[in-house]
Design a protein around this ligand. Structure first.
Ligand SMILES: C[C@H](O)[C@H](O)[C@H]1CNC2=NC(N)=NC(=O)C2=N1
Length: 99
């Protein structure tokens, strides 16, 4: 099981992920896709990346707006896995023109 990051380490990792904010034991980001179906394509690609990483975000879909929340439940907090997947979600969103 991965170790949770302390506050300083979380702040450090967040500096590289300006779209993400900390909310307690989670980090969150919203993206707006160009269309509903583009948003679903983002979700599908994120789902595949999540399966590959065996690490799964909470995802909320509201028309073109997607909200992602990441936390490592098994560790009871934020770990490097959350920040790695956040960076992957950023890359996927950018590929689909979502910001
Ligand atoms: C057994 C399996 O590895 C675990 O349940 C994984 C799956 N995906 C997960 N995803 C997230 N976000 N946190 C976890 O602790 C977690 N654990």
């Amino acid at each position: 099981m991965a170790d949770t990051l302390d506050d300083a380490a979380v702040a450090d990792r967040l500096r590289d992920l300006p779209a993400w904010t900390r909310d307690g034991d989670q980090i969150r980001r919203r993206v707006k896709a160009p269309s509903f179906l583009a948003g679903i394509d983002v979700v599908t690609d994120v789902a595949r990346a999540a399966e590959d990483a065996d690490h799964h975000p909470d995802i909320d879909i509201r028309w073109r707006t997607l909200a992602f929340a990441l936390s490592t439940h098994s560790a009871g907090g934020l770990t490097g896995k959350d920040f790695d997947l956040a960076a992957t979600i950023d890359a996927i969103a950018a590929r689909h023109g979502a910001a």
